[in-house]
Design a binder for this molecule. Structure first.
Ligand code: ZN
Length: 64
């Protein structure tokens, strides 16, 4: 007999690109869940919050 798998919904985490499965703790917020874990969520927030370090250097700083 084949193993019976529960048919749980899955999503793909945009941070680590891994699929993750519905968990009971997400029962009420599943629609809002985007990341597989708090670690990925905070990583994403960090990426979006901090500006990229590559700002253009415009030669020597000129005095005002
Ligand atoms: Zn993730």
């Amino acid at each position: 007999m084949a193993h019976h798998k529960p048919n749980l919904p899955t999503k793909t985490c945009p941070v680590c690109s891994r699929p993750f499965t519905w968990r009971k703790k997400w029962a009420r917020v599943w629609d809002d869940v985007k990341y597989c874990s708090d670690a990925c969520r905070s990583r994403r927030a960090t990426v979006e919050t901090h500006a990229p370090p590559d700002r253009p250097a415009r030669g020597p700083a000129r005095p005002r």
